[in-house]
Design a binder for this molecule. Structure first.
Ligand SMILES: [Zn+2]
Length: 147
């Protein structure tokens, strides 16, 4: 399975992300040391249909389609954008600690659900998800302005 993983940095470079900018925004994360691999089938079975990747404390897991997209090199900016999003979750995990990260994430989600939001809407409104989307947008747009 050696061919089934890569380092997050490879996808960032391929996607034209400015690594200096990324370091400034995510100071606790070194993408050269974050492994990206295909999630086992049993793990993917727990994901929602629209989830492309999940970040754990020890690395990023992706769907086989994402791995194929990275290997094929057809849309490197899209894979890089996803990597910045997932690396932001790793930064949050290190900033807050695993327990606080989990409690804030699940707490936000449940509060929103109790307030009547649907699953996908509540998931999208979780503060840690909002931050990850903003960071991915910021770093990707700054990265492309350097071109
Ligand atoms: Zn996310």
């Amino acid at each position: 399975m050696a061919g089934d993983s890569f380092m997050a940095r490879d996808a960032l470079v391929a996607g034209g992300i400015d690594l200096e900018t990324l370091r400034a925004v995510l100071p606790r994360v070194d993408p050269a040391h974050v492994t990206v691999s295909v999630a086992p089938r049993w793990f993917r079975a727990l994901w929602g249909k629209r989830i492309a990747a999940v970040c754990m404390a020890w690395g990023i897991y992706v769907r086989p389609e994402v791995m194929a997209r990275h290997r094929g090199g057809a849309d490197p900016a899209r894979v890089a954008h996803l990597m910045v999003h997932e690396l932001t979750h790793l930064e949050q995990w290190r900033r807050l600690g695993g327990l606080r990260h989990a409690l804030q994430y699940v707490g936000d989600y449940l509060r929103l659900r109790v307030a009547g939001r649907r699953h996908w809407e509540a998931y999208r409104a979780v503060r840690l998800e909002v931050e990850a989307r903003q960071t991915a947008r910021l770093v990707t747009s700054i990265g492309s302005r350097h071109e």
